[in-house]
Ligand binder design. Structure first.
Ligand code: FES
Length: 150
């Protein structure tokens, strides 16, 4: 039985209390990790994105290495022109705590805690986190468009 005068008579000893508390804490952590509602998570990312982008509307995508924030996708997305024929699309939702990251040089920077990401979406510095969520991109060279899906 507990030595604590406040716990005496409650029917819970110190060992039982610690075991129950630990189980509850583990359950809470597992519930948080199992959540797939965190937009921008590198594990799940934004859902139901299906956006077609006309490349000519974004001058920055006219050159390799160019980055443009696209509009109309329902979630902040940046498109990177990775090569003459390849485009990549990343969620601009910071995987650390959900702030919208901005274009910074050839990559991205989060103004909230300073995480930085390169043009491939990989974390490069600042607050430690994962890389930016990458969408699937399909090109239609005839139409001059790309379609971004999650
Ligand atoms: S929310 Fe982006 S670094 Fe913390």
């Amino acid at each position: 039985m507990s030595d604590c005068t406040k716990c005496r008579g409650a029917g819970v000893n110190r060992r039982e209390f610690l075991a129950t508390s630990s189980a509850l804490a583990i359950t809470a952590v597992l519930a948080a990790c199992g959540s797939d509602s965190e937009e921008g998570s590198s594990m799940t990312g934004p859902r139901n994105v299906n956006a077609t982008v006309t490349l000519a509307n974004y001058a920055a995508l006219g050159t390799v290495g160019g980055i443009a924030v696209i509009s109309g996708a329902g979630t902040p997305i940046a498109v990177v022109r990775a090569s003459a024929t390849q485009y990549r699309a990343f969620s601009l939702i910071c995987p650390h705590a959900g702030t919208t990251v901005s274009i910074s040089g050839a990559g991205f920077r989060c103004s909230n805690h300073g995480a930085t990401f390169n043009g491939s979406g990989a974390w490069t510095g600042g607050e430690r986190t994962t890389g930016l969520f990458e969408f699937t991109v399909a090109s239609n060279t005839t139409a001059g468009t790309i379609t971004i899906t999650s």
